[in-house]
Design a protein around this ligand. Structure first.
Ligand SMILES: [Zn+2]
Ligand SMILES: [Zn+2]
Length: 256
């Protein structure tokens, strides 16, 4: 069984908790330590309950306070060499470098880091397994690569970026250069990419899909819901969206 929840998702900060057996992982720490403590308390946890921290890439909404957190709570940070190199504060208490597509075990958790096309040094997103079920985190990608389709295929749970609506981005207040960055092949996934990915994969085992990393400027929750529903053949009201303020509540891969 995999238990997971988000403490917040979006460009103002990301943090995900994944529990497998007695292993409890924090994936990204895009908040201050104080804010992380506050958000963890909401799900009855404290940083001292963590086994380790994984960091996907060096953008501030992901790496945030990972280094000071690791020092204060004596935690090991698992991240790619490129992310470590690009981190402004690389003073991790302990660091374990990971390689894309080289799976690793952290106690009870099996973890597969995989590459995504994103404008950072060496970004990796993660798939997690307890041996029976697989949870895939897939955000901060400019387009869906064939490798991402392979990874998402057959997953039990998929946390999938629905960053923006292209028309809203085009008409919005961002400067042209930022619009190009976000909408480009190494930026962020638009809503329709989520539909497309869901249409390309085997969804026989898929019980959890959550729309992640929504832009507060260039998206509406309803548009993201429609995109997910189109890929899942369900009612938009049945879809789940992670919010910046509260993420999403605990879910588990065990059959309900
Ligand atoms: Zn991000
Ligand atoms: Zn990013």
């Amino acid at each position: 069984m995999i238990r997971f929840c988000s403490l917040g998702s979006g460009s103002s900060g990301n943090a995900l908790i994944v529990e497998i057996g007695s292993t409890r992982l924090l994936v990204d720490c895009g908040f201050s330590i104080q804010e992380l403590e506050r958000r963890m308390a909401r799900v009855d946890l404290a940083p001292s309950d963590l086994t380790a921290v994984l960091v996907t890439h060096e953008h501030a909404d992901h790496i945030g306070a990972a280094a000071p957190l690791s020092r204060r709570y004596d935690l090991t940070v698992f991240t790619s060499p490129g992310t470590r190199l690009a981190a402004r504060d690389d003073g991790f208490a302990h660091v374990q470098e990971i390689t894309a597509d080289a799976p690793l075990d952290i106690d009870d958790a099996w973890i597969q880091p995989f590459t995504v096309p994103h404008d950072s040094r060496e970004p990796t997103q993660f798939a997690f397994s307890d041996g029976d079920h697989r949870l895939v985190l897939m955000t901060d990608a400019g387009h869906i690569s064939p490798h991402m389709v392979e990874i998402a295929n057959g997953a039990d749970a998929l946390l999938l970026e629905c960053n923006h609506d292209p028309a809203m981005l085009a008409a919005g207040r961002y400067p042209a250069s930022l619009k190009r960055r976000i909408g480009g092949g190494y930026g962020h996934l638009p809503n329709h990419a989520a539909t497309s990915l869901l249409n390309q994969i085997d969804r026989a085992r898929l019980r959890h899909v959550v729309g992640m990393h929504l832009s507060s400027d260039n998206n509406h929750e309803e548009l993201a819901r429609q995109a997910l529903a189109a890929g899942l053949n369900c009612d938009p009201a049945e879809t789940t969206i992670a919010t910046q303020d509260t993420g999403f509540d605990w879910r588990t891969t065990a059959p309900c």
